[in-house]
Design a protein. Sequence first.
Length: 213
Amino acid sequence: MQILSDISSALQRGKAKEVVALVEQAIAEQVPAKEILEQGLLHGMNIIGEKFKNNEVFVPEVLVAARAMNKGTAVLKPLLSAEGVKANGRVCIGTVKGDLHDIGKNLVKMMMEGKGLEVVDLGTDVSPEMFVQAAKEQNCQIICCSALLTTTMSVMGDVVKEAEKQGIRNQVKIMVGGAPVTEGFAAQIGADKYTSDAASAADAAVAFCAEMA
């Protein structure tokens, strides 16, 4: 449908106003909200995610595309609830205690939202207790921990231990990432997944949520 590919292409160009106008037009033309979301907004964001993975676009393009997607989704939200459309899964994400860096975390959040996941953003300097509490209260399937400093990486291991201590380790997947983090480190602390970039993190989260559905 032309209007849906127009939405996708406006989103990829980061044209937020155009996206909102096209979404409103699609609604007026009685296109179901679920189709507008999946074949318009998420389709465009997926293309941006793939291009980001292949170094064809960079952080600024991702940021403007994500902003356009959020604006378009805001218009759709009431209709999606009315149609009973649910997110593909729920994730809580944060930068670990002692670390105030959030660019990587924000990128991962955008990519995950671009895949239709609901993301609870806990911000920066998040303690292991806060991660686990949020996962319990918000029924998250995944806890995502980010760190940019070698000195704060060890907190990720504490998040795994805290999830065990509070008895939810078998109900949540724990994903880790950030510049100093490696596959080996993730295995060592007992995390479920390490990814080296935001787009791969989003793909892995979608796969986990599908497994756990």
